[in-house]
Design a protein around this ligand. Sequence first.
Ligand SMILES: Nc1ncnc2c1ncn2[C@@H]1O[C@H](COP(=O)(O)OP(=O)(O)OP(=O)(O)O)[C@@H](O)[C@H]1O
Ligand SMILES: Cc1ncc(COP(=O)(O)O)c(N)n1
Length: 267
Amino acid sequence: MNQVPAALTIAGTDPSGGAGVQADLKTFQELKTYGMSVITSVVAQNTTGVQDAEHMSVPMIKQQLGSVISDIPFQAFKTGMLANIEIMDAVAEKISGLDIPYIMDPVMVTTSGHTLIAEDSRAYLRKNLLPMTALVTPNILETEVITGETIKTPEDMQQAAKQIVHQFGAGAALVKGGHMADEAVDFLYDGEKLHTFSTERIDTTNTHGTGCTYSAAIAAYVSHGYKLPDAVRKAKDFITAAIRHSFSVGQGSGPTNQWAHRIERVK
Ligand SMILES: Nc1ncnc2c1ncn2[C@@H]1O[C@H](COP(=O)(O)OP(=O)(O)OP(=O)(O)O)[C@@H](O)[C@H]1O
Ligand SMILES: Cc1ncc(COP(=O)(O)O)c(N)n1
């Protein structure tokens, strides 16, 4: 018997293969995790941006979740694009009661600047979904939306990570600073300690799908049994390699390379 951990992504699609469910499944596979996916929205997008999106019906999302949950055990799951309150509510209903670590990538705006969730669903996400998470992974903009505070400095990021845990009830918060100054520095607050993960900033515009790949890598490592700070540290190495060896395909912001960890021997 081939026993491997399994992970589930609940997210939107990217037919150009760089973000969303496609990035998540590639990442799970690379990290020796059996990958499964529930599609919430079908998005027409590519490296240049988002052209259109169609959301799956609530019954269909619930059916997909039911199909997976009733059949195959998994050791971690993540959410990406949850476009509106109805979809968030459907997902919340199906995952409540699962005793499995939940990693939320609170997808709001893409790297190319397109809004992926309805304005009025932000409050729902904060109030109803955040308390269910083991970890939430907002970038600066998403952090500002969640906390209502402006982020200018690394200290602001650290403060926000604590606030997201203590005030909004997330299990842990990883505030990502891909756009802050010279370094790509992220802060993890796990309810007890602040951890810093910092790498050099790679000079590239190929960052399509970085958030998706990073959170999927964290979920994969968690499915293998790593505790949060270690899972994030390993995922940070994975995403940094993936950005460093990213693909210059397409006419816009290219995708990351999920097999780069093999080139750099990230374990
Ligand atoms: N140019 C870069 N060089 C190195 N690391 C980067 C770079 N851009 C992003 N990262 C890192 O990649 C990971 C994923 O970043 P992610 O894209 O989710 O957040 P972000 O870059 O802060 O925001 P955005 O979603 O708007 O791109 C984070 O660890 C971030 O620090
Ligand atoms: C379906 C979907 N989900 C999420 C993203 C965010 O991607 P990025 O990490 O580039 O901001 C995306 N472009 N498409």
